[in-house]
Design a binder for this molecule. Sequence first.
Ligand SMILES: Cc1cc2nc3c(=O)[nH]c(=O)nc-3n(C[C@H](O)[C@H](O)[C@H](O)COP(=O)(O)OP(=O)(O)OC[C@H]3O[C@@H](n4cnc5c(N)ncnc54)[C@H](O)[C@@H]3O)c2cc1C
Length: 447
Amino acid sequence: MPNLRSLVAELGEAKVKLDLADRVLHRYDAITEGKIPLAVVYPETTLEVARVVRFAREAGLPLFVRGGASGLSGGAVPTEEGIVLATNRMTRLSIDPGRRVAVAQVGVVTAWVSERARPFGLYYPPDPASYRMSTIGGNLAENAGGPQCFKKGVTGDYVMGATVVDADGHVHELLGREAHDVLGLLVGSEGTLAVFTEATLRLEPLPKHTRTLAAFFESVEAAAAAAFEAIRRGAVPAKLEFLDQGCIRAVEAAFGYGLDTEAGAMLLVDTDGDDRELVEEELALVADAFAAHGARIQRARDAREAERLWQARRAVSPALGRIKPYKLNEDIAVPRSRLVEVVHRIRDLGEAFGFPLVQFGHIGDGNLHPNILYGPGDDRGKVHELAHAIARVALEAGGVITGEHGVGLLKRAFLVEAVEAGTLEAFRALKRAFDPGGLFNPGKLLP
Ligand SMILES: Cc1cc2nc3c(=O)[nH]c(=O)nc-3n(C[C@H](O)[C@H](O)[C@H](O)COP(=O)(O)OP(=O)(O)OC[C@H]3O[C@@H](n4cnc5c(N)ncnc54)[C@H](O)[C@@H]3O)c2cc1C
């Protein structure tokens, strides 16, 4: 048994937790339960992270890095008895308005960056719906996106540099593209190659004007066709979200935002920019394209009404919890042109498997989140079978098995069908090169 007490002696009791309550609390992410870790460590600095990595390596214990634990693919949960490295105390954050950057330790909660940047007229565009729970480290590891990804891109588009600790416990300052784009490689590597400890993030000026509309459609077909039509006509909405009837009804039943529960689908759109007229024009262009597909349009009259509509969107996940206590939040991306067919096939699969299933997503990117709802008495094996069937639908439609939530534990087995055998072997060689001892997040990502 490794001498965890020596780590306590070195870092102090406040930073190394060995009691059962702390350990049990760190076996979960948002939907998955893993093994109870032997210890939970809360480093505060890069050097302390390096120390923990070296300790784990010498003790032969695997290391599971954990940020906000809002992950939806089991990325942060321990698969074996090992050490959880929790970044929640790495919360130093500074804004440099001159350079338009934020320098954040990785435990900084995503929403804090924009909150701290706002007084300088700046913001941080990547906006996962979990932005009040997720951390910058988790966002980097998953290359998280959000409703703004269609216009603004994802986390990787905003990282200018990062500090990482490798599997030997060495610290590296990656400042962008040096000899190799190692930073680009590490973004999205799901805690399997290195530990991020700090990042320099690009900020953007806050747009001066934003307009919002909600549109209710008779069917999914009409909503999807309307979204394509708006894009085809040249709109680049700042946000473009899709909710099916199941989501609309769940939100209404739980919270009552006044959405049209008879609608077959809903789109929620923001346009933004510095020129008020152009922002209005773009919203009008979107509204016209939607009207051509029979939409009933509700324009937000002011920022309060807009915020209420977006609150309704963010209420989808909590509302689903009132229908069934558990959900498996699937995450696929398909070419926009195949979206209608995919939504229907997935709805049919839900019915065939006998589970309530609702769908929403960032429709501009073809990113869809079919949510399988289930209870304690349901067969989890069957839930996973359904998730696998959904991943197959994505592949058959020319899409990918994850849009933004990652492969983690949940989709590891699906990767064999998604990636050529030779490519998978190259991924394994990459893992061996970065982490020959299999220290970081074993049992994740690669089958
Ligand atoms: C209600 C809800 C809505 C969501 N909406 C979105 C959305 O719109 N878009 C989206 O992309 N995701 C979304 N997610 C998923 C999740 O929030 C993101 O994947 C997020 O990036 C995870 O961040 P976290 O800090 O919670 O990471 P965790 O769950 O703690 O960890 C996730 C992975 O990152 C690794 N990791 C964490 N920190 C580090 C680090 N410092 N160095 C190396 N690896 C690290 C972990 O090992 C793990 O593999 C949503 C989740 C929920 C619950």
